[in-house]
Design a protein around this ligand. Structure first.
Ligand SMILES: Cc1cc2nc3c(=O)[nH]c(=O)nc-3n(C[C@H](O)[C@H](O)[C@H](O)COP(=O)(O)O)c2cc1C
Length: 483
């Protein structure tokens, strides 16, 4: 209980990973204890899932990209990226989820997939398949993608314009809701009585979606899975991205240095959601954090310094190039980017200069930028003893109104081992992290909301308007739309 006797908010903790030798830690495959190179092995992921489930993590969340980071020293140059293994090579995360699910019972799996380069009909089928095979434990991190290299490989000359990507994504979501929620009636499958055939043909219908960007007749290829719509996650920071999140996301991810600075974004998404009739508190806000924890503050700082030595500076600048679209190799080594003429870089770097702890008065040249990004990317880095880190996480909750954290790694699985050994028991002692899953063996959505029976989209979510309920001849939306 807090001093005013309110029950303390229970944190959501996810592991933030990527199926690549390195995620937000370019070059760390050179650190002797790092096992990032085992990303190709199912056993690597199964063991991690089991370990995280034993520690009661809510989910493993897999980031993903569909192209190489080829902007730095580019254009079209992967030479700085390849030796650092900077999110390259990278496997598709979805295939490993059923294996991890078979070896666990409650942990969830967030998987990133793009609305820009994949047909909604195909994506809906893949997620339904994995939702079935995992007993409802898959989530979809909806991204619109940001790499030009992906656009070129999917047959475009350049990326679809930023806000247009979100307009496409919005219609994309409508298509998938119709497939997941409105193509098979809730009671369509009749296997139990054995007489009516496998499913009732009158309870499986075409969705006949005809829109600006997609024409999808349906029906959905898969029968209803435990969650129907997978738990929906999103990370958008632009105006269009936040509006999209406020409408569709059940959990949003954000990166930021200080809780004071993320608070306006959090408030804005919650307000926009409320304006659309959604419960603002139901939206789970998850901040990306690199937590390096050890027995003492000094030991944690020493550990961070040791790990940082292995970081690949060129790899970090390659990541920056992909994220921002700017090639810093075009500038002199002594250029201080706080004063550079390019406004987008200048504002980004000035933001870091005023918020990154311990860099006051420092010149923000390429070296500083690469050292800042090399471990944990653009997320907050919290380094210290269990007490120090737990205090800071609690401050994020209090000041930033976040609900939990995506914990990235400097070295896999060592960073998680330290979190499990030092931090989780401290959070549990403080009563801010559960001792067990709210719904053991439950779906991703049940465990994210902490409520048994909450496997389907919450009633105030816009996707529910497509639900085809038992007893309805056709889903209500189809009558209203006249199709
Ligand atoms: C914590 C976090 C995780 C993200 N993960 C991915 C990812 O795995 N793949 C991807 O293509 N984009 C990812 N993004 C990028 C976002 O989806 C989005 O493109 C980016 O934040 C820019 O948002 P905006 O276009 O609304 O400004 C992530 C962003 C954040 C903050």
């Amino acid at each position: 209980m807090t001093s005013d006797n309110k029950p303390k908010k229970q944190l959501i903790l996810n592991a933030f990973a990527m199926q690549s030798p390195s995620h937000l830690n370019p070059g760390l495959h050179r650190y002797p204890k790092d096992q990032g190179g085992n990303y190709k092995s199912l056993q690597h992921w199964v063991s991690l899932a089991q370990k995280l489930e034993a520690a009661k993590f809510h989910a493993i969340f897999f980031a993903d990209v569909l192209g190489g980071y080829d902007v730095f020293k580019g254009p079209g140059n992967l030479n700085p990226t390849i030796p650092a293994a900077a999110q390259f090579p990278i496997n598709d995360p979805l295939y490993s989820i059923p294996a991890m699910a078979a070896a666990t019972e409650s942990i969830g799996f967030g998987v990133t997939a793009s609305t820009t380069y994949d047909a909604p009909y195909a994506l809906a089928r893949r997620f339904s398949t994995v939702d079935h095979l995992s007993n409802g434990r898959v989530g979809w991190n909806i991204v619109t993608s940001y790499l030009d290299s992906a656009a070129r490989n999917f047959g475009l000359n350049t990326q679809v314009e930023h806000d247009e990507r979100y307009r496409i994504a919005d219609e994309y979501l409508d298509v998938t809701y119709k497939l997941w929620e409105g193509s098979w009636r809730d009671d369509a499958v009749n296997v139990k009585d054995g007489v009516a055939g496998y499913a009732d043909p009158k309870a499986v219908r075409q969705i006949d979606h005809k829109g600006k960007y997609f024409n999808v007749p349906g029906p959905h290829l898969c029968e209803p899975s435990p969650q129907r719509t997978p738990f929906l996650l999103q990370a958008g920071t632009s105006t269009a991205g936040k509006a999209f999140a406020a409408k569709h996301a059940e959990a949003i991810f954000l990166h930021g240095q200080k809780p004071e600075l993320v608070r306006p974004s959090v408030d804005s998404v919650r307000h926009q959601a409320q304006a659309q009739g959604r419960d603002p508190a139901s939206i789970r806000v998850i901040a990306g954090v690199l937590a390096i924890v050890a027995e003492t503050d000094d030991a944690a700082h020493a550990k961070f310094a040791e790990l940082a030595q292995y970081g690949d500076r060129e790899g970090a600048l390659a990541l920056f190039g992909g994220w921002s679209g700017y090639d810093l190799s075009k500038y002199e080594d002594d250029q201080d980017f706080r004063f550079v003429e390019q406004p987008a870089i200048r504002s980004m770097v000035n933001h870091w200069a005023s918020t990154v702890p311990g860099t006051g008065g420092k010149k923000w040249d390429k070296k500083t930028i690469s050292e800042y990004l090399v471990l944990g990317g653009n997320g907050a880095k919290i380094i210290g003893s269990a007490k120090t880190v737990a205090d800071e996480l609690e401050r994020w909750v209090e000041v930033g109104d976040v609900d939990g954290f995506n914990l990235s790694y400097a070295s896999i699985p060592e960073t998680f081992d330290d979190i499990i050994k030092y931090l989780i028991p401290e959070l549990q002692r403080r009563g801010v992290f559960h001792n067990d899953y709210a719904v053991k063996g439950g779906t991703f959505r049940e465990n994210m909301y902490g409520e048994k029976g909450q496997s389907r989209l919450p009633e105030s979510h816009p996707g529910t308007k497509y639900v085809w309920r038992k007893g309805e001849e056709i889903p209500k939306y189809a009558t209203e739309a006249g199709n």
